[in-house]
Design a binder for this molecule. Structure first.
Ligand SMILES: Cc1cc2nc3c(=O)[nH]c(=O)nc-3n(C[C@H](O)[C@H](O)[C@H](O)COP(=O)(O)OP(=O)(O)OC[C@H]3O[C@@H](n4cnc5c(N)ncnc54)[C@H](O)[C@@H]3O)c2cc1C
Length: 501
């Protein structure tokens, strides 16, 4: 059984490794000079930066990739549990630490906003129920594909349990039901941005982030998150995946309604029994499939699907340390509602954005020269559109971000910069073929985007499968890893005779 994987992001690596471990001959073509996709790195003058994820959650989802090859994630990378999940810096100067320990977090909330700790306990219980009800039926199954077809009896049962959680309530409804302090409401509404969505338009089931953080844990990987990509490359090689970098795919070859292989930009053609595509699903539909091969997503329909937010990044190697920073920080907007309105209605980055600041050198001194810090600044602008021109406006947006952080206590930030790199949504689009520069593929605003994402099994072309943030179950490293697990399982089931028994 020959399988071609297009793209070496988390989804492509996960599927490729698990298919090779089951006996398939896998060739992975990656357009860039190294794999990892949005999980990537940049370094300069002794400063090392992850350019994408800074924390790892739901370890079990990634561990399954290693388990498929008889290995363990914990042996492949050095996992460091973060004692403080995030330090929140509010515009009024107050700060709130979110300790990973549930009792310590309850205590911190009780001191910050007395009385709110009871709501927090109930919020965590709701989040746990959501995790329990959704992990197997939703995350581990190609829910989209099954609902596109006729649900089985078992699926109807699972759906009933899911509906008992009232998933039609928005994240905002759920947060407001549990918290009355406006600052805590802001903190928990920010969960919507973890999937690039709006808290009043995405489902309350995204409260599950609290369960992921407090029951399952938040981790850093010593040396940086890219160590995970390196460990996956080693694992891929061990199970026999052939990784071809600097090999952009131009077209998926389809004959008689079946995927037969790929054509590379350099003209070379490679044939296989099945193709797994890790390019953003809707982008790939448009760029890699001929129009007659894609009735489910003709251009107009694909263009209309709302993307998740994008990212604006400043990677700053700075002299000195800022003792007020934890590993992971969030400097909140003075008006979160205005920020969401700007992103999702005006399609422009907010004038006063919430800024995520990761400082890995707090946990891992190897990331910066002695006495220095590696600061990763991230805001959540909308995906690319005509409403904002990054080629003209990026420099002034950089000023907004730096002014805000200097005003909120990072004194002299500009003067301390030794090395710097700025990434706008245009970089995400061009580096990774991310549709409109989106971080998580589709937004999870509304039912269709959250629960009926483009399915893992292509409905239009036999033998074509999709993995990664643009398909089911969604964006973020663990869900992309699970999409690979789901695809490996379904591909083997659909091609049973071609796999070694
Ligand atoms: C700034 C930032 C911060 C983030 N923070 C977190 C976090 O803290 N925790 C978390 O879990 N997640 C985080 N994420 C999200 C996470 O990084 C992504 O959801 C995940 O890495 C996406 O994986 P993917 O499988 O969708 O593939 P992608 O990362 O999208 O990779 C796709 C790969 O396919 C390649 N490719 C595309 N088209 C072609 C083609 N035609 N031919 C050959 N190759 C092609 C691309 O070059 C790329 O390598 C963050 C993302 C960003 C950008």
């Amino acid at each position: 059984m020959d399988v071609i994987v297009i793209g070496g992001g988390m989804g492509g690596l996960s599927a490729g490794i698990q298919l090779a471990a089951r006996g398939a001959r896998v060739t992975l073509f990656e357009k860039n000079e190294r794999v990892g996709g949005k999980l990537n790195v940049w370094s300069d003058d002794g400063f090392l930066f992850d350019t994408g994820p800074h924390v790892l959650t739901m370890l079990w989802a990634i561990d399954e990739i290693f388990a498929a090859a008889g290995r363990r994630l914990a042996d492949a990378v050095d996992l460091i549990p973060l004692d403080t999940i995030c330090r929140y810096h509010f515009p009024d100067g107050a700060t709130l630490d979110a300790p990973a320990d549930r009792d310590a977090a309850t205590q911190a909330i009780a001191e910050f906003a007395p009385g709110e700790e009871q709501g927090f306990a109930r919020f965590l219980d709701y989040a746990r129920r959501v995790s329990d009800a959704t992990t197997d039926p939703f995350l581990r199954n190609d829910f989209g594909a099954s609902v596109h077809g006729a649900p089985t009896r078992e699926q109807w049962g699972q759906l009933r349990e899911f509906l008992a959680l009232k998933p039609w309530r928005t994240l905002r409804d759920v947060v407001r039901e549990h918290f009355s302090d406006p600052r805590l409401r802001d903190v928990f509404e920010l969960y919507a941005l973890y999937s690039g969505s709006h808290p009043a338009r995405s489902s309350g089931i995204f409260a599950t982030v609290a369960d992921v953080q407090w029951r399952q844990g938040t981790y850093y990987v010593r040396g940086g998150l890219y160590k995970l990509a390196e460990a996956l490359v080693e694992l891929a090689r061990d199970v026999g995946v052939s990784i071809q970098t600097s090999s952009p795919v131009r077209e998926i070859i389809v004959k008689n309604g079946r995927a037969r292989g790929v054509a590379l930009e350099n003209g070379a053609r490679h044939y296989a029994d099945a193709v797994v595509c890790n390019e953003d699903t809707l982008a790939a539909y448009k760029s890699l499939l001929a129009p007659q091969s894609r009735p489910h997503y003709p251009d107009r329909k694909a263009d209309a699907v709302e993307t998740s937010t994008s990212a604006f990044l400043l990677l700053l190697g700075v002299r000195g340390e800022y003792p007020q920073l934890a590993h992971h920080n969030s400097f909140l907007s003075t008006d979160l509602e205005a920020e969401f309105g700007s992103i999702f209605d005006r399609h422009r980055p907010a004038d006063d954005p919430t800024v995520g600041v990761a400082c890995q050198s707090v946990t891992d001194p190897s990331k910066a020269p002695p006495g220095c810090s590696n600061l990763f600044l991230m805001t959540n602008p909308p995906a690319l559109s005509d409403a904002f021109d990054w080629t003209r406006e990026a420099a002034s947006y950089r000023e907004i971000v730096l002014n805000k952080l200097e005003a909120m206590g990072l004194k002299g930030l500009r003067d301390r910069i030794v090395v710097e790199q700025m990434w706008t949504p245009l970089d995400l689009q061009s580096r990774y073929n991310a549709r409109r520069g989106a971080v998580y593929g589709l937004s999870s605003n509304g039912w269709r985007n959250a629960f009926l994402r483009p399915p893992n099994v292509c409905p239009d072309v036999k033998g074509l499968y999709f993995v990664g943030g643009g398909t089911h179950p969604g964006g973020g490293l663990p869900l992309c890893a699970l999409s690979g697990t789901n695809v490996a399982r379904q591909l083997q089931a659909n091609h049973r005779r071609e796999f070694p028994s």
